[in-house]
Ligand binder design. Structure first.
Ligand code: PFF
Length: 463
């Protein structure tokens, strides 16, 4: 099929640049910021991890996001067909289209576990509203969480509910209603994080929490695993490397500037993650909890804090509602590349496609559900549970690899005139600088991290 590149996408367009910012920020800000960032930072020693993560967002994430949005806007199709169209027009190697396919697979893998964890947040809406956490002790907060995890039925119930909600929304198409909701929820979520932050400043553990996040033990910089995980986290949190931003980029009007928009999104996303960390770690230290306790970190510390608030049940409920909402807007973006593709390719009804994709993803998600109970001792490889494995491969390998290829394609395979038009650069100097950052430095950073991980493996083989 020959693919023209229309000036508008058949799936619709954002009504303004501002709506694109909201939608892209809705995709970026999710449980990756509030749940994952603090726990992964905690597991990987804090300071060095946080610094590497921030560096990755700035010098790898932002240029790759610009490349991704730009490709979407130039192709105006789902990521797979956008790549096809750009490859055809530029007579490039068809292998580049694999970027689109790998993205669809990564999105599928991520959504499978994302729905399970978002389901936890939904359960916490109900628990908090019921007053479960009023004046609760750290030990009991931990027990409540562990009891919940031990029940596959409960996890499955919430996973099903979250998945059904996602499918229902995406089946209808990204509606005005959703865009309006994002407009409200982002500022509200931020305000609640600030309230929590205020609490942690006075919790008695702030200094320790702050030091944990920002004090760097220089030795940690030489651990290649930390680099890989921090880099993977920066891709995950910015929704990069799998086509979500490319899919949304396809709906961006011609006249919107991409650079400034992307910096706004990345800044917002980073602020939410860092505030979540600064809210959570002081509570950890003030209550003698373990910073490296893993996925339960947010679900133990936040209820503990709200349990001591006046009107804690109300604020706590609102908090988990907002987290659920943040997860929904991200989950929606995870399905967009595959849905848009199936609709284009088979002229299928969005609703029908959404249900099929949702059911498959739900089935795969059972692997994550069971990883926390009946399969907790089952390891796919190297002690990783099904959840750990899917998470590791998608976040740390597929997203950075996808991002690397996206940047290389955008910078070196698109005609110079297209780059200039998309970026609005008139001078050759600006374009040259852009090519250096996005086409050389960012890909080299990703490659260096991969090689550092692979090198010991290769050495092991050689010996
Ligand atoms: N950025 C989302 C988060 O931080 O929760 C997760 C995510 C959404 C990752 C969309 C990848 C993606 F394409």
């Amino acid at each position: 099929m020959a693919l023209a590149s229309p000036s508008e996408s058949r799936h619709g367009m954002w009504s303004s640049r501002w709506l694109f910012i909201l939608a892209a920020a809705g995709s970026a800000v999710g449980i990756g910021n509030i749940w994952k960032f603090p726990y992964v930072a905690g597991e990987n020693g804090g300071g060095a991890f946080v610094i590497i993560y921030l560096v990755c967002v700035a010098i790898v994430g932002i240029p790759i996001m610009v490349s991704e949005v730009m490709l979407g806007r130039e192709g105006r199709h789902s990521p797979i067909n956008t790549m096809r169209s750009l490859v055809e027009r530029g007579k490039r190697n068809p292998m580049w289209v694999l970027i689109g396919w790998m993205g669809v697979l990564a999105g599928f893998l991520i959504l499978s576990y994302y729905a399970v964890i978002a389901g936890w947040a939904m359960n916490y809406v109900v628990l908090t509203a019921a007053g479960t956490f009023e004046n609760i002790s750290a030990q009991n907060a931990g027990m409540t969480f562990n009891d919940f995890l031990a029940s596959p039925w409960q996890l499955m119930g919430w996973q099903t509910l979250f998945m059904a909600l996602t499918i229902w929304i995406v089946g209808k198409g990204v509606s005005q209603g959703l865009e309006n909701a994002i407009r409200w929820f982002m500022p509200l979520l931020f305000i609640l994080l600030l309230v929590l932050l205020g609490y942690s400043v006075n919790s008695g553990g702030f200094q320790q929490g702050f030091d944990f996040m920002f004090k760097v033990d220089a030795g940690a910089f030489t651990d290649p695993q930390i680099w890989l995980i921090a880099m993977g986290q920066s891709f995950f949190t910015l929704s990069l490397g799998m086509g979500a931003m490319m899919a949304y980029g396809a709906y961006v009007p011609e006249d919107a500037g991409v650079g400034g928009t992307v910096v706004t999104i990345a800044t917002l996303d980073t602020l939410v993650a860092v505030s979540a960390g600064l809210a959570i770690f002081p509570i950890v230290f003030a209550n003698g909890l373990d910073a490296a306790q893993g996925p339960g970190l947010m679900f133990v510390t936040i209820p503990l804090a709200f349990g001591q608030f006046p009107l804690g049940a109300v604020f706590g409920t609102l908090f988990f509602v907002l987290v659920t909402f943040a997860a929904l807007t991200s989950a929606i973006s995870l399905t967009e590349p595959v849905l848009a593709y199936l609709v284009e390719e088979y002229n299928a009804k969005r609703k029908r496609v959404a249900i099929s994709v949702g059911v498959l993803c739900w089935i795969l998600g059972l692997g994550t559900v069971f990883s926390f109970n009946i399969w907790a001792d089952f390891s796919v490889v190297g002690g990783l549970t099904v959840f750990d494995f899917i998470d590791y491969v998608s976040q740390n390998i597929m997203l950075p690899l996808g991002g690397l290829l996206i940047a290389l394609f955008a910078v070196w395979q698109l005609p110079k005139t297209v780059l200039q038009k998309q970026l609005g650069f008139e001078s050759g100097v600006k374009l040259g600088l852009w090519r250096l950052v996005a086409g050389v430095i960012a890909p080299l950073c990703v490659l260096a991290v991969f090689l550092n991980i692979l090198w010991p493996v290769v050495q092991g083989f050689l010996q």
